[in-house]
Design a protein around this ligand. Structure first.
Ligand SMILES: Cc1cc2nc3c(=O)[nH]c(=O)nc-3n(C[C@H](O)[C@H](O)[C@H](O)COP(=O)(O)OP(=O)(O)OC[C@H]3O[C@@H](n4cnc5c(N)ncnc54)[C@H](O)[C@@H]3O)c2cc1C
Length: 387
């Protein structure tokens, strides 16, 4: 088998890259270890930046997003029972859209399968070979047979636990990691949200977030200990704690419950030989800034444009700059996600730390410049900007 771009992983990064390449007339094969149903049901992110929404429309995969996505124009910051509204659209002219990652994945898989481009689910034993050479290969097993895919370039879009990152020698790759000493307990519940806009709440028991996935489904999070036992959280305990931290919440049957670790992780460079890393394979942000999915899409956008130049005219300038360019936005998102995390979580630092948090929250409430800075990071700096 051969192709121009071998893509490992059918998450948002791999699928978006595949679709962008297809629009540029560049051939690719996507290999995914899980089955289609699994990737289409995996509950993760849900906040799309304006850039991500615009790109989905540009690629003509935005019809359902247009119908079912919930456009939001601001967020609420809540502290000790008082809520302050940050009017993001008024401050930036841009908005965010709430639309589950699994819905984005469904739309991208459907678009991929409509064309003739390959997307193989349930592959195993994926391994990269000769990424330093002019003709890298990917070996894998599919339908019980061994295969080898020869490529011009390989895109490692296989998430944090994938194999592509480790194909790069540790002598070349720098890994930076920070693990926060707490986690998020997240639920999905059949309950109409009691708020129109998201609520980010500081509480002495810890952070809480009120968000939603649709007019009938609420998505709520609680800050918990890093080693929290999910079994210790009955439905009653979850709802009581949410009510305490967020004020009024609408309750309903909980149909999904999980604990997400909070970590920041960045590797550099994002390229070695003919292998390029995209999305969670190369970086993780804590979910407080809602950036993970959007960064994955941004990497795909940059890499597709660079590969287009390369195949169209032989110009490798953007390909050579890919790592540097993508990392600029990654670090902006790392900083913003860290800022939101420090602003709103109980960090265990006592009264002094709380004094700083109160001052920062008051600054956002009273200074339009402070509010605008938060808003422009939250909605996402324009794709055409230098970040
Ligand atoms: C529990 C959870 C909650 C999250 N919540 C938020 C949120 O609220 N907001 C936000 O912005 N972000 C959130 N994120 C982050 C966001 O979901 C990710 O940033 C996003 O999924 C990144 O997309 P990706 O395509 O890079 O990686 P992934 O979505 O991880 O996709 C990688 C794909 O590669 C496949 N794969 C792995 N190994 C191999 C292999 N060897 N061969 C072939 N395929 C392979 C995987 O099965 C997967 O389908 C959350 C993440 C998690 C885990």
């Amino acid at each position: 088998m051969e192709t121009q771009i071998g893509i490992v992983g059918a998450g948002p990064a791999g699928l978006m890259l595949g679709l962008l390449l297809e629009r540029h007339g560049i051939d690719s094969v996507i290999l995914e270890t899980r089955d289609r149903q699994y990737v289409e049901q995996r509950v993760r992110a849900g906040v799309l930046e304006q850039n991500t929404v615009d790109l989905m429309h540009e690629l003509e995969v935005g019809d359902r997003l247009e119908r079912e996505g919930l456009e939001h124009h601001g967020i609420n910051l809540r502290h000790l029972g008082e809520t302050h509204y940050v009017p993001m659209t008024e401050l930036t002219g841009r908005s965010i859209t709430v639309y589950g990652q699994q819905e984005v994945v469904k739309d991208l898989v459907a678009a991929r399968l409509k064309g003739r481009a390959s997307l193989l689910f349930e592959v195993s034993d994926v391994a990269l070979h000769d990424i330093d050479s002019g003709r890298p290969r990917i070996s894998f097993v599919h339908d019980g047979s061994e295969h080898e895919l020869a490529c011009d370039f390989v895109a490692g879009c296989d998430g944090f636990h994938g194999i592509c990152r480790s194909a790069i020698s540790p002598e070349v790759l720098t890994e930076l990691e920070y693990t926060y000493p707490f986690a998020w307990l997240g639920i999905l519940a059949e309950a109409a949200p009691a708020t129109e806009e998201l609520i980010y709440a500081w509480h002495e028991h810890g952070f809480a977030l009120y968000s939603m996935r649709s007019p009938q489904v609420s998505r709520l999070y609680l800050q918990v200990a890093a080693d929290e036992d999910l079994a210790a959280w009955s439905e009653d305990r979850i709802w009581n704690e949410l009510e305490l931290r967020l004020g009024h919440v609408n309750t309903g049957p909980i149909f999904e419950k999980g604990i997400t670790p909070m970590r920041s992780f960045v590797v550099s460079p994002l390229q070695h030989g003919r292998l390029f890393l995209c999305g969670d394979a190369a970086h993780i942000v804590p979910p407080t800034g809602a950036k993970g999915l959007n960064l994955a899409v941004n990497d795909a956008r940059l890499l597709a444009a660079a590969l287009h130049d390369r195949f169209e005219s032989g110009d490798e300038a953007r390909l050579e700059a890919y790592s540097r360019t993508a990392l600029r936005r990654v670090w902006r998102a790392q900083d913003f996600s860290n800022y939101m995390t420090q602003l709103l979580h109980n960090l265990g630092g006592g009264a002094f730390e709380h004094g700083l948090q109160v001052s920062r929250l008051e600054y956002i409430a009273r200074s339009e410049s402070a509010a605008r800075s938060l808003a422009e990071n939250y909605v996402g700096l324009p794709a055409a900007s230098d970040f």
